[in-house]
Each structure stands twice: as C-alpha cells, then as structure tokens.
Design a protein around this ligand. Structure first.
Ligand SMILES: Cc1cc2nc3c(=O)[nH]c(=O)nc-3n(C[C@H](O)[C@H](O)[C@H](O)COP(=O)(O)OP(=O)(O)OC[C@H]3O[C@@H](n4cnc5c(N)ncnc54)[C@H](O)[C@@H]3O)c2cc1C
Ligand SMILES: *[C@@H]1O[C@H](CO)[C@@H](O)[C@H](O)[C@H]1NC(C)=O
Ligand SMILES: *[C@@H]1O[C@H](CO)[C@@H](O)[C@H](O)[C@H]1NC(C)=O
Ligand SMILES: *[C@@H]1O[C@H](CO)[C@@H](O)[C@H](O)[C@H]1NC(C)=O
Length: 532
C-alpha cells in the first residue's frame, strides 16, 4: 500500500515537473520571438492557470465539445499584438504542435478548438477593433477577425443610418471564420455574400510574414474569401465595402400551420423566393410540433425588405399573395434595428445588445446543409412533413438564393453555390441532455432526414456550405472514411474550385502546417493519396 502510493506520488510529481518544464520552454520560446510589451506571457494560459478553463470555454458554442473527454489544448494564446501570432506559429512549428485558430468559436463541429493531436489555440478575441470610414468611396471599414458580426454592425450603425453590410444574422458569429467561409445573410439576394464585398485583408503566413492583398497576390486573396482561412494562415483583418441601405426597411414574421394551407404556401414559395424583387429576402423555418394531441409541422416566414411597408405589400400582392401579408404584419425599422429583429430581440431593444459576445445559453447541436435546384412537389413536401413528425426533431431552415447570387460566376470566389440554386436547406437538431444516449439519438435523427432528402436536392456533387461545417460528409455512403475523403467534402463545399484551392495551399503552405480535419490538402500529399 505504502509502496504503491509512493510510486503514485513520485509519478505524479515527475509528471507535474515535466509539465512545468515543458511550460517554461514554451513560454521562453514564445517570449523570445515576440515583443517585450505587451508581453505574450500575460496572454498565454496553461492548464494550471486559474483562467485557462474560462478562457477555453468562453467561445465554445456547442456543448458537445465541452465535456471532460473532449481533448483540450496544451495552452492558449490570446494575442494582443501581431508578434504574438508570429511567435505562436514559430513555436508550434519548432515543437510540433498543431495550431487551432479561433475567432468567434461558432464552428458547428468545434474544429477551431478541438484536435486529436497535441495542439494549442490561437484565440483572437483581443484583436477586435472595427474602424468605419464613411468618406472612403461609398463607405469602407477595416474589421479585425476577432470582432463579432454584432460589433461590426454596431460600429456601422453608430456612423450612419444608410450604410450596412451583408453578413450573417446571428450577432455573436466571429468575423474570422464567417468571412473566410463565405458569409451569407438576409441581404445576399441584393448584395451577395460577405466575401463578395471584401476588398483587402491582412494575414500572417506560415513564415510569419504579414501580408496584405498586394503582397499576398490574387491567388491567396481569392482562397481566403470562402476557402476557409485556417488552411492558409492567420487572417488578422479585412477591408470591406459597405453597402447602402434605405433609412427605412421592413421586417415581418408570419406563422402558418397545416390547416392554414402551409403546404401550398411553402410549395409556392419555392417558385418565387429566388425570383422576386432582390430587395426582398424571405426565409422559411419548418419546425415539428410535438404536443400530446398535436403532431404537426409549422412554418415561420421571416422577411427583410429593403424598402417601406407599402412597397413591400405591393410586391407581395403581385408575387406571393398566398402568404396573405397584411400591413399589420409589417414593422418599419432602421437597418440596424432589423438586425435585432432577425436575432429575435423584441422591437425597441437597445442596440448595445449587439456588443454582448455571449448572450444565449448554449446547447448541444448538430447541423447539415443541402441545396435545392428544382422545386419539391406538394406530394413530396407532405412526405417530408411525415418524416419530420416521425423523427420528432430536425428543424429545416430554407434560405432563398437568386438575385445578385446568380450574377456572380462560380469561380469568382471559392464559394461555388451561385446560379441554379433556388434555396439552401439547413438541417438542425439541438438538445439539452448530456450523455451518449441523447447524442446518438440526435445524430440518428439528423442523418435520417438527410438520407430521406436525397432525391430532392443537388446531385454530383450533393453540395454543402462550408460555414455549416459537417465532418460527416467526408465519410462515404458505406459509413467509412474513404482514402479520398478530402475529394468528397472538397467537391461538396467547393465544386471545381477545390483544385485551385489545392494549388494555392501547396504554394503557400507546402509543409501543411495549417491543418485540421477539413483543411485543404497539399499537392504532394494529394498526389500520393490519388495514387493509392
Ligand atoms: C448561432 C449561429 C448562427 C449562424 N448564422 C450564420 C448565418 O446567418 N450565416 C452564415 O453564413 N453562417 C452562419 N453561421 C455559421 C458561421 O458563419 C460559421 O460557423 C463561421 O465559421 C463562424 O465563424 P467564427 O469565427 O465564429 O468560428 P470559429 O469556430 O472561430 O472558426 C471557424 C473556422 O474558421 C477558422 N478561423 C477562424 N478565425 C480565423 C482567422 N482569423 N484566420 C484563419 N482561420 C480562422 C477556424 O480555425 C475554423 O476552421 C452561424 C453559426 C452559429 C453557431
Ligand atoms: C530564449 O532566449 C534566451 C536568451 O537569449 C536563451 O538563453 C534561451 O535559450 C532562449 N530559449 C528558447 C526556448 O528559445
Ligand atoms: C459608389 O456607388 C456608385 C453607385 O452605386 C458606383 O457607381 C460607384 O462605383 C461607387 N464608388 C466606389 C468607389 O465604389
Ligand atoms: C469502405 O468503402 C469502400 C468503398 O469506397 C468499400 O470498398 C469498403 O469495403 C468499405 N469498408 C468497410 C469496412 O465497410
């Protein structure tokens, strides 16, 4: 007994000592390669530090990856100076650690803060300044990757009532991941994606060089606008072109159930949603209703119109009378207030909530995506309702395309889902219980609805949206990770743009330092994989 506990004691102290040794070597390396002030030691967190856990968990947006069995980083650096980023890259290379880059932490599958290999997190929350310049051309801004969309929108709203920016509808999403994966929101039919409005960027490459658009060249600048930033470098900041928005915009939210002709209305929506006035964006959210005596599906129609209510009613009467939009359903607001409405804040909520970086309690979640290119028939919609009711939970969010999205060539940015797509579907399951039973049940539900949808969505490839990260799609239909995994998810996310992404990657990061489960492969490893 005594002997055993002595061994345990010796073992644990030697482990603590070697941890301590490793920690001081890492800190020395980081300090030696960055400025003395602000010191990198003050923004570096090791597991023994009191604020390590809160720093790690602050930007975890999916409770699945907060469990005791989730691999955690050896340390976290939250750079407050660009040299902290350069030093982190250098020391990770020297010591063979993987680097995970995190901005807002919204990656659905946690790839910005979880790895199976020894890794550290470069967490960008200290780098989040936004500077809006209304006088530059028609208005521009430089925004750091660590800022949230809410902070960006707020800064624009403070400077002007007639400028906005097309980006996601959830204010806590980070600029870094969002822009580098495309970035869509309710102005995309009028103004395209976030990346369609990015005009410059600053990035730290694998050699620690700080590059802008001119010095990185057009290939790399192309790749980071939708190809996923974390394959290519650490993106510090983005220069964006603001868009002009009317002083008054109109929002609405209408619910329909089966008795109110929901099926016909959703069916009809498919014929107008991508063709109607590009100032109008109507999202549909389909939700299973699971009450004891009522098992049904309800449809929520949520709209943004870049114009006043009178014009909106006239557009709707001409194109989509089936929805029955009435003046009393419409709210006229400023653009910045419409952002709050779309994030489910009551009308009149103070704009300061946009600065709140962690407002909602988190959930367990899994999401998947699809593109629809042919309207789904009423009969088939009914079949989908039946399947959703049977499975109980998956919710479907339909986002219309068309307008500006169809005018941009597939190859203009890595994001290829342009003309020919009527709408995108997001499948979503969220749950509250920890443990494997709820997890397995939920994953099973979302995979079943995804399988069920196969006949109705885009084919060869069945496409997916990169920002709706889905680690399942690299696994082939037999359920095994095939050797050419990257080719499978690469085509789904990027279609033919995948080849150019591989070329850029091979040129700018031939040693594949910037890697993760779905990073773009280098040509050499790619060739050897193809030869297998
Ligand atoms: C509640 C919620 C709502 C959403 N709504 C929308 C929406 O309306 N529209 C939409 O398009 N998407 C939406 N998304 C998806 C969102 O755009 C993506 O999850 C996006 O990647 C999140 O960016 P992030 O910085 O918060 O995530 P992170 O998890 O920090 O990063 C995501 C990926 O980008 C990499 N990355 C992050 N920062 C950098 C950087 N500076 N340099 C290089 N690589 C970097 C990460 O390593 C990771 O691979 C939503 C997600 C959530 C959870
Ligand atoms: C850091 O610099 C000091 C002083 O120049 C040197 O003695 C030490 O070996 C360096 N350590 C690392 C890990 O680079
Ligand atoms: C400003 O907007 C006008 C009208 O949309 C456009 O023609 C012009 O090119 C824009 N100028 C700049 C510098 O972007
Ligand atoms: C994995 O998939 C391949 C087809 O791509 C198949 O030949 C192989 O048998 C599968 N392996 C297993 C273990 O199912």
């Amino acid at each position: 007994m005594e002997f055993l506990s002595l061994i345990v004691f010796l073992l644990s102290t030697s482990m603590a000592n070697s941890d301590h040794l490793q920690q001081s070597i890492i800190l020395q390396c980081l300090s030696n390669h960055s400025v003395a002030s602000p010191s990198i030691a003050s923004v570096t967190y090791f597991p023994a530090d009191p604020s390590y856990t809160s720093t790690l968990q602050s930007y975890i947006r999916n409770l699945r990856f907060i469990s005791p069995t989730t691999p955690h980083p050896l340390f976290i650096v939250a750079p407050s100076h660009v040299s902290h980023i350069q030093a982190s890259i250098f020391c990770c290379k020297t010591h063979g650690f993987e680097m995970r880059i995190r901005s807002g932490g919204h990656d659905y599958d946690g790839l910005s803060y979880v790895s199976e290999s020894p890794f550290m997190i470069l967490d960008l929350f200290n780098l989040r300044s936004v500077s809006v310049n209304i006088e530059d051309g028609n208005g521009t801004a430089w925004v750091d990757s660590g800022a949230t969309l809410g902070e960006l929108f707020y800064a624009i709203g403070q400077k002007s009532k007639t400028h906005g920016f097309p980006a996601g509808v959830c204010p806590t999403v980070g600029v870094g991941g969002h822009f580098s994966g495309g970035g869509y929101g309710n102005m995309m039919r009028k103004h395209g994606l976030s990346v369609d409005n990015v005009v410059d960027a600053k990035l730290v490459d694998v050699g620690g060089n700080i590059l802008d658009r001119e010095s990185m060249g057009e290939d790399l600048f192309w790749a980071i606008r939708g190809g996923g930033g974390a394959s290519f470098g650490v993106i510090l900041s983005w220069k964006i072109k603001l868009v002009s928005v009317p002083e008054i915009v109109t929002v609405f939210r209408i619910e329909k159930n089966l008795e109110q002709g929901e099926t016909d209305i959703v069916h009809q929506w498919q014929y107008i949603a991508d063709k109607i006035d590009e100032n109008l964006f109507i999202r549909v959210v389909l939700l299973p209703v699971n009450k004891k005596h009522l098992q049904s599906i309800k449809a929520k129609f949520i709209g943004l119109f870049l114009g006043n209510a009178e014009e909106l009613i006239s557009v709707m009467n001409q194109n989509f009378p089936e929805l029955g939009l009435l003046p009393e359903n419409c709210f006229e607001t400023s653009w910045i207030e419409s952002v709050l409405f779309w994030s489910n804040y009551p009308i009149g909520t103070s704009m300061e909530v946009l600065l709140d970086r962690q407002p909602q309690p988190e959930k367990y979640l899994k999401k998947k995506s699809d593109y629809v290119q042919e309207p789904i028939s009423k009969e088939n919609l009914k079949g989908i309702w039946k399947k959703m009711i049977e499975l109980k939970r998956p919710a479907l969010t339909l986002n219309p395309y068309g307008g500006k999205m169809s005018e941009i060539q597939e190859s203009e940015t890595p994001f290829p889902h342009r003309a020919g797509n009527i709408y995108k579907i997001q499948y979503s399951v969220t749950w509250k219980d920890e443990g494997n039973e709820a997890l397995d049940r939920s994953l099973d539900q979302i995979r079943k609805i995804y399988d069920y949808m196969t006949p109705y969505i885009s084919k060869s490839p069945r496409s997916s949206y990169l920002n709706y990260r889905d680690v399942d799609i690299g696994i082939n239909e037999n359920g095994n990770a095939s050797y050419s995994e990257a080719a499978i998810w690469g085509r789904k996310y990027f279609k033919d743009n995948f080849d150019r992404l591989v070329q850029v990657k091979s040129k700018v990061d031939p040693g594949n330092f910037f890697r993760y489960e779905q990073s773009i492969p280098c040509l050499e490893s790619w060739k050897s994989v193809m030869a297998e």
